[in-house]
Each structure stands twice: as structure tokens, then as C-alpha cells.
Design a protein around this ligand. Structure first.
Ligand code: TNX
Length: 499
């Protein structure tokens, strides 16, 4: 970095994108968004069209009506891609910007939505408003490398209200993240209403790390989160962690404990001390009720069963409960995801394993992949948003080491675990555990800019050019500021003030 100033001023170029697209060809034209700009969308693209015009109103103050039909000039959202149909797949798009038109094409509304996020990064920031709303010209063709690009929010250690979760959804969508994993239960609190086991929320939700009031989502609130995520083309993956990390449930119902005695609620940050009772049939009735109600709230394919750090159980007991939990989830028509420890149990063919270890040697993952299991990579030393950036970070833990932006960026999911076929990798996820995280500002500080780095690891082609990336990332700073994001202004990045 040398003497480079860490704030520079320059105009946005068509390359200032995170995640970086598959291909970019600049031209020397530009498209200006003005009061009379027509916005035309294909039938089927109305919802993305409405999202786009809301966005344009908030960014440029222009109120642009949307017409459904065949557009030639102005801004066009088309569900009729040209030749590249198969290349674009389910989530890809092309963006063509000339002086006359700005055309986004995709096979699906999801692809158009991602194209709109790209456009959003090319519209001048408010700081540059006097220069007009001029979008740099060129052609972009883009599609994701991995199908699963996730962020996880732990709402159990500290509870976060619906408005915060919605903001996480908005900010994740900026960088084409398409899954939101909600860690809904842990030792410190149970955060989702279950009608058949009401004490989980009347009692089990009532605290959090440090002894605060906790909280939970009613089914209506949870449905609101799911619907909001859908509008951002994000699939919610709910997690009920078992058999460990269950003190909140055990405290709510004495009958779930092997000795029939409910423990006190827990507000510390130790892990691994609690577990459900394997030999008690009530455990399985409980899991069936919980996953049944959760499945009914979940349009997406996945239910996450946790499975991490069950340190008080024998391997056999663990294998038994994980096997039965998978059957229960499958019985409710959903696909299981589990933290990688579940590979110690017999896996259903459809179960997905989420690796959170720090080693590149992971025999259990290697073996699971060899058997056809898919894996999501969340190596803690690269993707954990709750790790400190460095020794001076005001928040975070450090058990997996410090995770700088360069560290978050500098790894390749396809080759990360030795001896694993790249085809086995479904994608990546960045978890944000919240032992030290209490407010939306805290979330923003830890997630940005690292979530943007992991989003690129999940979306963009395998090339990793740190120099190029840090400049593209630097161009996002002013945009985040204008959204009020309290990001970590790390000296690793040459932050750009545009123009
Ligand atoms: C490990 S990662 C845990 C969590 C903690 C986290 C803190 C995983 C599956 N389990 O229970 O919150 O470390 O970084």
C-alpha cells in the first residue's frame, strides 16, 4: 500500500463492481437517467420493474413509470436473453449500456434482479449528483460460479428485530447473496414461535447473552421476513440447532431433559454443555412438531438441523439423534443442512454438510463428498464475520484468528479442502455469530466489507487479483455511506469518493 492515500476521488467506471462479473467490455458511450426516461419490462418482470423504479426514485429522485411491453429505448428489463440462454442459467444476466438504451436481459426474474444490483453500482453516488445520472457504457455478461451464496445471522445469542433482519436482507442483496441462514435457537434463547410448544417462546426466548431481554418472532413476523427475502430473491434457511446448543429448550420443558429437571436459562458464551435426551421418545415428538411447524413457514427447500459441538454426547448417541432428525425433516418434505459434525452420522443422500473448520484437511468432508454429499464452505478462518479484523477491532472473537479483508477474499472454495471434487461444492456462506454483537451498527461493522468479499468468492470466476479487488471494493465505500452502513473503513482498502 505504501504512501497511497486511503481516500481517492474518481468517477465510477463500468469495472467498479463487487462481485466482479464474468465479462465486461466498456464502450465510450454512456446512458443518462433523466426525468423522461422510459422503463419497459417484459410480462413476468413487473415485480423487478417496481423494485427498480423504487430504487431509481430513492437514488435519483426521478419518478419513472413502468410500462409492460416491448421496449427499444430507455431502460429495458427483458426475459428474452439473446444467444447466451444456457450460459446465463437461473441467475445470470446481461447488461448492455449505450447512449440510447440500458438493457438488462435474463432467463428469470432472479437474473434481472441481479442485473439491477449491478446497475445500482454503476449509477453515480449522491455525492456526484450535480454531474447528472450518467451510467458508463459497455456490455456485461454475468452469472454465478456457485449456486449457494449465503450469509448467516445468529439471532439467538442476541436477538435482532424484524427491521434489522430486513436490513441484512437488503445489504446482502446488494452483492448478490441468495441465501439467508437464520440461527434461530441456541443455549441463550429460542427465537421462533412454535404453537405446539409455547413455553419455548413464553419462557425460552426471554433472555440473551449478557442477560438482556431477548425476544422472538411470531409466525406473522417470521412470514414477513421470508416474504421480504423472497422479494430480494433470497431463500431463508431456518436453523434449529440440535442436539447440543439446546439449553433454551431444555430450560423451557423439564420433560426434554434425561433427568426430568429443567436447567436455568443461560446468558454466558460457553458452548457444548447442553444436549437433548436421545433415549426419550418425547425428544422426537418435539423435533417432529418443531420441524413440522417450521417447514410450514418455509417455502425454500432447506431446514438446518445444526449438529455442532454436542460435546456431552457419545458418538453413538449423537449418530442416533442426527439420523432421526434427518428422517423427521425429510418427512416434512425438506432437505437437511447440518454443520460438518453431522458427517459422523449416517447421512441421507440429499443432506448437505456445512464445513466450519479451520483446516484444509477435513477427512470427514472428503469422505462425505466421495459418497455424493454436497458441501457448503464456511471455513471459520476465512468466512466468519464474527472474527476480529485485527488486534484493534472493537468487536468480535478471535478463536479462528483474525480475518482481514484480504483473508476473507484470499481462498478458493473449489480447492480449499484437499482431496475434494470441486463439483461437490454447492457454495459458500459467511456466518455472523452474535456473542459480541448487539446492534445493527455492530452487524454492519463486522459484515462490511467482508461479506462483499465472500459474496465475490461465491459469485465471480476463480481469478483472485487482490489489487484489482481492493480498488473495486474501494468504490463501494461511498455507496455504503450513502446507505448509512457503518462499515469498517479498513486501511487495507483505497476508499473512493466518487466522482
Ligand atoms: C462456533 S461454528 C460455533 C458457534 C459460536 C461460534 C463463535 C459453529 C457451528 N459453532 O456456536 O457462536 O463458534 O465464533
Amino acid at each position: 500500500m505504501g504512501d497511497e492515500p486511503n481516500e481517492v476521488r474518481r468517477a465510477t467506471t463500468i469495472r467498479d463492481l463487487v462481485p466482479g462479473p464474468v465479462s465486461v467490455q466498456p464502450n465510450d458511450e454512456s446512458f443518462t437517467i433523466a426525468a423522461g426516461t422510459a422503463v419497459t419490462v417484459d410480462p413476468g418482470a413487473e415485480a423487478v420493474g417496481a423494485y427498480l423504479t423504487d430504487l431509481l426514485r430513492s437514488l435519483t429522485s426521478h419518478e419513472l413509470p413502468v410500462t409492460t411491453g416491448d421496449g427499444q429505448d430507455g431502460i429495458v428489463l427483458s426475459l428474452h436473453p439473446e444467444a447466451a440462454r444456457t450460459e446465463l442459467g437461473e441467475e445470470g444476466y446481461s447488461l448492455e449500456v449505450t447512449a440510447r438504451a440500458l438493457v438488462i436481459r435474463a432467463n428469470t426474474p432472479a437474473g434481472l434482479f441481479h442485473g439491477v444490483q449491478t446497475l445500482r453500482q454503476l449509477i453515480p453516488t449522491a455525492a456526484a449528483a450535480s454531474a447528472g445520472w450518467s451510467v458508463p457504457g459497455g456490455r456485461i455478461v454475468d452469472h454465478p460460479r456457485f449456486a449457494y451464496r449465503g450469509v448467516m445471522l445468529d439471532v439467538a445469542r442476541h436477538f435482532f428485530p424484524v427491521a434489522d433482519v430486513k436490513r441484512v436482507i437488503e445489504l446482502a442483496a446488494l452483492h448478490k447473496v441468495n441465501h439467508l441462514h437464520l440461527h434461530l435457537t441456541d443455549d441463550q434463547g429460542w427465537r421462533i414461535a412454535v404453537d405446539s410448544w409455547p413455553n419455548l417462546t413464553t419462557y425460552g426466548s426471554g433472555t440473551e447473552v449478557g442477560g438482556g431481554p431477548g425476544g422472538f418472532y411470531t409466525k406473522e413476523q417470521y412470514a414477513e421476513i421470508v416474504a421480504y427475502a423472497q422479494r430480494h430473491f433470497i431463500t431463508v434457511v431456518p436453523e434449529v440447532d440440535l442436539p447440543g446448543h439446546t439449553n433454551a429448550a431444555l430450560a423451557s420443558y423439564a420433560e426434554l431433559n434425561c433427568d426430568g429437571v429443567a436447567p436455568d436459562r443461560y446468558t454466558g458464551i460457553e458452548v457444548g454443555f447442553s444436549s437433548l435426551c436421545v433415549d426419550n421418545e418425547v425428544t422426537y415428538r418435539f423435533l417432529d412438531d418443531v420441524f413440522g411447524e417450521l417447514a410450514a413457514l418455509t417455502p425454500g427447500p432447506y431446514l438446518h438441523i445444526g449438529g455442532d459441538e454436542a460435546k456431552t454426547m457419545t458418538p453413538d448417541a449423537y449418530a442416533t439423534i442426527v439420523a432421526r432428525a434427518q428422517e423427521i425433516v425429510a418427512g416434512h418434505g425438506k432437505t437437511v443442512i447440518g454443520w460438518h459434525e453431522v458427517a459422523g452420522a449416517k447421512l441421507l443422500a440429499s443432506t448437505v454438510v456445512q464445513y466450519w473448520g479451520v483446516n484444509r484437511e477435513a477427512p470427514e468432508v472428503q469422505e462425505a463428498c466421495a459418497g455424493g454429499t454436497k458441501v457448503i464452505l464456511s471455513p471459520a478462518n476465512h468466512t466468519y464475520l464474527d472474527m476480529k479484523y485485527d488486534g484493534s477491532s472493537r468487536l468480535g472473537l478471535s478463536w479462528a484468528g483474525y480475518v482481514s479483508i484480504e483473508t476473507a477474499y484470499g481462498w478458493d472454495p473449489a480447492t480449499h479442502i484437499t482431496g475434494v471434487d470441486p463439483a461437490c461444492v454447492l457454495g459458500v456462506e459467511s456466518p455472523l455469530w452474535t456473542e459480541t454483537v448487539q446492534t445493527m451498527d455492530d452487524i454492519e461493522f463486522l459484515a462490511f466489507p467482508r461479506l462483499a468479499a465472500i459474496a465475490e468468492v461465491g459469485w465471480s470466476p476463480a481469478t483472485r487479483e487482490w489489487e484489482d479487488f481492493r480498488h473495486r471494493l474501494g468504490a463501494q465505500g461511498q455507496r455504503w455511506r450513502e446507505l448509512g452502513v457503518d462499515f469498517h473503513e479498513s486501511p487495507e482498502i483505497p476508499w473512493v469518493r466518487t466522482p
